[in-house]
Design a protein around this ligand. Structure first.
Ligand code: BDR
Ligand code: CA
Length: 315
């Protein structure tokens, strides 16, 4: 299996991502690190521990990370994810606590200890990842790829042009984008497309197996308003983990990506250069480092929905 570490802000759809990573036989979830985002970092830790327990993976190490972005203040998304950051579903409190090292330390340790290069999957503001890359740059030698949920080619969600994870900590995203490791951007353009049909959500909610039932409850909470009698639910961050298990389900293009850092209405926007021939001189303008990123432009929705359900429901 592919060694995977998820850095998240659980979060309804982060929880869906954790459930999938635990249950897909081709993935080996080695650690989970938490960062402030959808809710405060202590809430994220609690939600993450609870989800892993419900998913039947109570031993995966979980670490607490940054409680605020590098420069910005915390700006949670409780209006989307509920007061507890996870849909206020009344889930039980976890029976264990986070490990006694911080997220950056756990990330370094697990990445360097892995016998095979690790795929890192950030599904949250990139604060922990930026701190890791600046504190322990040697980790890049054992990172296979970073598949991150963040950014948008077209329209934003936190602002008209900026996606929440990048907008919450734009400087951290800029550090990630110059890391010089292979990277996939699973942005809003594909994130918003992958929706589980209502009938499947209803079946999951009726499951007697706690992990599958939790997936159903989370999906029902996320459901976009549709005119179906049984509304479906978006996979959200879980789609980024599907992209690790089954990269062929995405259509990507290797493109230059930059984050707008200036104050004002564009702050946090990911600027993806899709011109046919961006001049070399422009890409390296002012000696700026810039990594080309595999940007997801299309997704096989049915394929990822099937993949998700098969993993979460089991045989
Ligand atoms: C991202 O923002 C968060 O609210 C979600 O968990 C997802 O990671 C989408 O913009
Ligand atoms: Ca998230």
């Amino acid at each position: 299996p592919i060694p995977v570490i998820i850095d998240c802000d659980t979060g309804i759809d982060d929880a869906l991502a954790l459930l999938f990573a635990v249950r897909h036989p081709g993935l080996d979830l080695r650690a989970v690190t938490c960062v402030a985002g959808n809710t405060d970092v202590d809430g994220v830790v609690r939600n993450t521990l609870t989800v892993l327990e419900q998913a039947g993976a109570p031993a995966v190490p979980v670490a607490r990370g940054a409680e605020r972005p590098l420069i910005e203040a915390v700006r949670t998304a409780r209006h989307v994810h509920g007061r507890d950051g996870m849909g206020d579903l009344g889930l039980p409190a976890p029976t264990r606590t986070a490990v006694d090292v911080d997220a950056v330390t756990l990330l370094r340790r697990e990445i360097l200890a892995s016998p095979r290069p690790v795929t890192l999957v950030p599904t949250a503001p990139l604060t922990n990842i930026a701190l890791l890359l600046r504190t322990h740059p040697e980790v890049t030698r054992n990172i296979e790829r970073i598949v991150f949920m963040g950014g948008a080619v077209a329209t934003g969600n936190a602002t008209p042009v900026a996606e929440f994870n990048v907008w919450h900590d734009p400087e951290a995203a800029a550090v990630l984008l110059t890391a010089g490791v292979p990277m996939t951007m699973y942005g809003l353009d594909v994130f918003q497309q992958v929706v589980v049909p209502g009938a499947d959500v209803t079946r999951l909610r009726g499951s007697t197996e706690p992990g599958a039932r939790l997936a159903g409850e989370l999906l029902a909470h996320r459901g976009p308003a549709t005119d179906e009698t049984e509304p479906g639910g978006g996979l959200g961050d879980a789609g980024a983990v599907c992209a690790v298990a089954d990269p062929a389900g995405l259509t990507t293009e290797l493109l230059p990506v930059e984050v707008a850092l200036a104050p004002g209405p564009t702050r946090g926007q990911t600027i993806v250069d899709r011109r046919a021939r961006p001049g070399e001189s422009e890409i390296h303008e002012g000696g700026r480092e810039q990594t080309l990123v595999d940007v997801a432009l299309g997704v096989d929705v049915e394929r990822y929905v099937k993949l998700y359900l098969a993993a979460v429901e089991g045989p």
